[in-house]
Design a binder for this molecule. Structure first.
Ligand SMILES: Cc1ncc(CO)c(N)n1
Length: 224
């Protein structure tokens, strides 16, 4: 099965994601506000691109159930952007507007949009799968580590991604990817694997870039 294969191939990467200092600190609540602010601003911009990629998946799906699932997920991603992000970003106020979109955020967002427009539909599905699955895995792991979210500074974030409703959407996305991989020609199946691995790599890079508060090496000559 495609998903089981991908989970095995990314076992080391998943360990690195769980153990990344950003996620350890997010889970125990010790993450400094500047790093979280940087992350949440990048993520709000990422979610807009992710939502557009999901809307494109809906438009390109041949199966109506899948079209409905991706349309609903596109809406949920934008709703998350509004609720979770607008909430946190509003608290940050003017500070947020001065943060340039990071190279990693732009690369990941651009990769999803290019895949949405130019790759076969099964490859697009494989590219968006880590966005669902890895976040749900991290959300539930952090919930387990935090135990009680009462008074947790990042409780809203953790509960969003450990929510059973989000888990149900992950199960659905995995089933779609497995079904498409099953019927795919070998070259499409190989492209699906590459897309999954690329997006999974970007997930690690996204947290790492927030931890480093990644900037453009050209920032000293070009104001964002
Ligand atoms: C970078 C990233 N990937 C996945 C999700 C979950 O949709 C998110 N909010 N941000």
């Amino acid at each position: 099965m495609f998903c089981d294969d991908m989970w095995l191939r990314t076992a080391d990467l998943m360990t690195a994601i769980h153990d990344h200092p950003f996620n350890v600190a997010l889970g125990d609540g010790s993450l400094d506000a500047d790093r979280f602010a940087f992350y949440i601003v990048q993520d709000a911009r990422y979610l807009e691109a992710f939502s557009r990629a999901l809307a494109t998946a809906s438009a390109r799906a041949t199966d109506l159930e899948e079209a409905a699932f991706f349309a609903s997920s596109a809406h949920t991603a934008l709703a998350a952007e509004r609720l979770l992000h607008a909430g946190y970003v509003a608290e940050l106020g003017a500070e947020a507007t001065g943060i340039a979109t990071s190279p990693t955020c732009l690369a990941y967002a651009s990769y999803l949009q290019a895949t949405a427009l130019a790759a076969p539909y099964p490859v697009l599905v494989a590219a968006v799968l880590p966005c669902f699955w890895i976040y749900q895995d991290v959300g539930t792991t952090l919930l387990g580590r935090a135990g009680d979210l009462g008074g947790h500074p990042y409780g809203k974030w953790i509960s969003t991604y450990s929510d059973p409703e989000f888990a149900a959407s992950v199960t659905r996305a995995k089933a779609i990817a497995d079904r498409l991989a099953e019927g795919a020609a070998p070259d499409t199946r190989a492209a699906m694997e590459q897309a999954y691995l690329t997006a999974a790599a970007y997930e690690w890079m996204f947290w790492d870039s927030a931890w480093r508060r990644e900037s453009w090496p050209t920032a000293r000559w070009l104001a964002p």
